[in-house]
Design a binder for this molecule. Structure first.
Ligand code: TRP
Length: 453
């Protein structure tokens, strides 16, 4: 009862390259930029612990469900869902998982590219030595001035979008496989350097305490929702990105072990990023809750004070940009693969149209930091906050909820057994329990709580 063994878009060379590619998708701005500032905004401590619980009990089962479904269908998420619905006589509405994912993808890509553009800009800033010996005020002012200039933001947004479109037009597999082999290990190394600096700074113990203290009073429903949203975002879940990559996974790879490694690597990078950034925050009298700019102020500050800081700093932002590009590629893949399948279109053309649409949407985020800084969008302080809210806290968790339900209940036992390499019994029950009940219920409970709270 197993599905096809090959995808028309190509296949990962082996399971390790899938691990690297999926880790390339998961590890990105979400870990290094977003995690520290969201943790900061939500008071650290209890937030971080809740986030780790979400990764383990919601993230891992849902990621397994995405890989399982993707590998069973071996097409873009939309067509995979169509195919599985037809084959197993399920309700046609399940296909909404695919469509909602594509919509979420456009919105995520639109702001992701803007922020990734900031990282590109900082490659230059670090390289020129502009931040050498800078004080916290100077680093803050440099960033504030940058945000104030829409033209500059658009320039870097455009550059990053062009790079992304260029790579995705050439196909995911070959380009990505070469890239992730090199940059993932280098990124880990550079994070270690930054961590080493943080450990020796005055703020170390305060930073650690901030991240891991158990102040469960500060756990507002909003903080709980933020922790869950961040877990989905950082693991690239809920919109079919991992499902699309799952379609290219060789049939012999074990879903549980590959997914655990991917989630482990992603979590490691986020925790190290936090442990590198918060001590610098405290050592320099900055605010942990300062929002999206956190990384772009603290990290340049730290490198500006280190020997060989210009070199390491340049390298760091280079690697962050790289991490962002491997993530941006995966955000585009569900829509791209679908359009290629549906219209037999060339990847190049499709990639350009996709890039143009999300570039235009991205202007909303660019202006959120200057012209439209005071324009509320549907109850959110800016367009950027709105895009981020709708995706992380609504579309991704709801998408994930239904992906879990589909992977646990809508597919026949035989299919699930073959994909997970289990033959009924205890592990099959555990699967239904985690992917089909615990994870979806957790999402539901968090939502209800937020609505009531
Ligand atoms: N996980 C990536 C990060 O942390 C971003 C990302 C890539 C993503 N693909 C995604 C987020 C799909 C949500 C859905 O930076």
């Amino acid at each position: 009862m197993a599905g096809p063994t090959e995808s028309r878009h190509g296949m990962w060379s082996n399971r390790w390259l899938f691990v690297l590619a999926a880790a390339g998708s998961a590890v990105g701005l979400g870990n290094i930029w977003k995690f520290p500032y969201i943790a900061g905004e939500n008071g650290g401590g209890a937030f971080v612990i809740l986030y780790l619980l979400c990764i383990a009990f919601v993230g891992i089962p849902i990621m397994m469900a995405e890989v399982l479904i993707g590998r069973e269908g071996r097409q873009s998420p939309i067509n995979t869902m169509r195919h599985l619905i037809k084959q197993h006589h399920r309700h046609p509405a399940w296909v909404l998982i695919g469509w909602a994912g594509v919509a979420a993808g456009f919105l995520i890509l639109s702001y992701y590219v803007v922020i990734a553009g900031w990282a590109l800009y900082y490659i230059l800033q670090m390289g020129s030595g502009a931040l050498e010996g800078a004080t916290a005020e100077q680093a803050g002012a440099l960033f504030a001035e940058f945000l104030d200039s829409p033209i500059e933001l658009i320039f870097w947004q455009t550059l990053f979008m062009v790079l992304t479109v260029y790579i995705i037009s050439r196909g995911v597999i070959s380009g990505l496989e070469t890239a992730v082999r090199w940059f993932m290990p280098m990124l880990f190394l550079l994070m270690a350097v930054l961590l080493g600096y943080a450990v020796t700074s005055d703020g170390w113990s305060q930073g650690v305490e901030f991240m891991f203290r158990m102040d469960f009073d500060s756990l507002t429903p909003d903080a709980v929702l933020a922790a869950m949203g961040q877990a989905f975002f950082t693991l690239s879940l809920g919109m079919g990105a991992i499902m699309a990559y799952g379609a290219y996974v060789p049939s012999s790879a074990s879903i549980f072990s590959t997914v655990s490694i991917i989630a482990g690597l992603d979590t490691l990078v986020a925790v190290v990023a936090g442990l590198a950034i918060f001590p610098i925050v405290f050592a320099n009298g900055l605010e942990p809750s300062q929002g999206p700019g956190l990384m772009f102020v603290t990290v340049p500050l730290a490198f500006g004070q280190m020997p060989l800081g210009a070199l390491f700093g340049t390298l760091f932002f280079l690697l962050v940009s790289f991490a962002a590009i491997t993530s941006a590629i995966s955000i585009s893949e569900p829509a791209l693969a679908y359009l290629v399948e549906e219209y037999n279109a060339r990847r190049g053309r499709v990639a350009i149209s996709l890039g143009v649409i999300s570039w235009i949407l991205g202007l909303g985020t660019v202006f959120s930091f200057n012209y439209w800084a005071d324009v509320n969008v549907l109850g959110q302080p800016t367009f950027f906050d709105f895009a981020s809210f709708v995706t992380d806290k609504v579309l991704l968790p709801i998408g994930g909820l239904f992906i879990g339900l589909f992977g646990a209940w809508a597919l026949p036992k035989t299919v699930i057994g073959a994909q997970l390499g289990i033959d009924g019994g205890f592990r099959a029950v555990l699967w239904k329990l985690l992917a089909g009940a615990v994870a979806p219920l957790a999402v539901l409970v968090v939502f209800v709580n937020t609505l009531l709270g």
